[in-house]
Design a protein around this ligand. Structure first.
Ligand code: NAP
Length: 345
């Protein structure tokens, strides 16, 4: 049994860690922080947890030592305090962006600020288990991937590794509102956000850097993301347009996915000939740790279209973090993570 605490437990990602870990037999949740809600019940902010926990929030200043600390603060807030946090916990899993990129200069380029703890960057393992399982087994510090990066990397990696793609990767991401976190702003205000199909970032998305970092190990390809905010609370869908190498057939794509994902518990190749759910769809992944991947080879236009879907708050962050934890501690990798989702929803 390990004692874990959550820094930033009143946020959307923190709430999902609590939900998942309340059903984890090898974990005890020791403390959960919030400055705004210190002293109040966790279920006040996360009402889905009523009668499942009597935890109350504590102020971050009262954080005690624990075995593993989940850090679920807004991007940019963990690097300044990471050295102090490492005195409180032997192992740390950071859900934010601060330690995802190995190179401080690349971080500064994409995040427009100096890195405050660049000497710690080499200590962090990038938290996508499917790519870094062996390193995670030995890791003390993990940086979970961004949600667009997670679904894009998982969808692309076998095809890039097996050299199916010739050039250019254009990722069209459809984003949900929970990706923005719990703090309200004008752009998340209901009258402005409801009903939108809004081009949020047609170019220059920061997750490009993570995708390039992880995939250029296999093959250097130009990657571009266009992100669009749509009217959905949870979930993330990427449609990725690529040009396949000459002579590629669908069986080559199947082969690459099977080679990498045959034994992966959370990756499902979804390509049905019948029914309404023929391709991946975020709606039926809500609350689950699955990443569904589909594809279509369009010979007429020489395009290989890839489709990936996740729940941004689970496989895209909190579930991914728990999966990493399970690997780090040698627990069964799927523990706490096998919720199958709901249908209809
Ligand atoms: N939302 C997603 O879909 C998603 C997906 C992938 C990755 N992530 C990552 O997960 C992290 C958390 O995201 P989120 O969406 O859960 O954010 P959020 O809903 O805004 O929650 C942030 C949490 O941090 C606390 N906090 C904020 N500033 C703090 C500070 N200076 N010191 C201590 N606590 C502070 C907040 O509570 P108090 O203000 O009350 O202290 C709250 O509990 C982010 O780094 C994000 O990149 C999120």
């Amino acid at each position: 049994m390990i004692n874990i605490s959550i820094l930033g437990g009143s946020g959307y990602a923190g709430g999902e860690i609590i939900r998942i870990l309340l059903n984890h037999p090898q974990v005890k949740i020791q403390q959960v922080t919030s400055r705004k809600f210190a002293g109040r019940e966790v279920s006040l902010v996360h009402p889905n947890l009523r009668k499942l926990t009597d935890l109350t929030f504590i102020h971050p200043e009262k954080l005690s030592d624990c075995d593993l600390l989940f850090v679920a603060l807004p991007n940019g807030d963990s690097m300044g305090i990471m050295k102090d946090l490492q005195k409180k916990a032997k192992k740390i899993i950071d859900l934010g962006a601060d330690f995802r990129l190995h190179d401080a200069k690349t971080f500064t380029h994409w995040y427009q600020k100096e890195h405050l703890a660049s000497t710690l960057l080499p200590k962090f393992v990038y938290g996508i288990t499917e790519l870094h399982r062996a390193d995670l087994k030995k890791a003390s510090f993990v940086a979970c991937a961004g949600c667009e990066a997670t679904v894009s990397i998982l969808t692309l990696y076998p095809l890039i590794k097996h050299k199916i793609i010739k050039e250019k990767v254009i990722i069209d991401a459809k984003m949900s509102s929970s990706q923005a976190g719990m703090s309200p702003s004008l752009s998340t205000h209901h009258p402005e956000r409801a009903g939108v199909v809004r081009s949020y970032m047609p170019s220059g998305h920061r997750h490009t850097a993570e995708i390039e970092q992880e995939l250029s190990v296999f093959n250097k390809l130009e990657v571009a993301i266009s992100a669009t905010a749509i009217d959905m609370v949870r979930g993330l869908l990427v449609t990725i347009h690529t040009i396949p190498k000459d002579g590629m057939e669908e069986k080559d794509v199947w082969k690459a996915y099977r080679a990498e994902y045959k034994g992966e518990p959370f990756i499902r190749i979804v390509k049905e000939l019948q029914g309404i759910y023929r391709y991946p769809e975020p709606k039926i992944l809500q609350g689950t740790n699955f990443c569904d991947i589909g594809f279509e080879l369009d010979k007429a236009t020489n395009r290989l279209v890839l489709i990936g879907a996740i729940d941004n708050l689970v496989k895209g962050t909190a579930g991914q973090a728990v999966q990493s934890m399970n690997v780090m501690y040698g627990f069964k990798e799927t523990t706490g993570l096998m919720f199958p989702g709901l249908h209809p929803i």
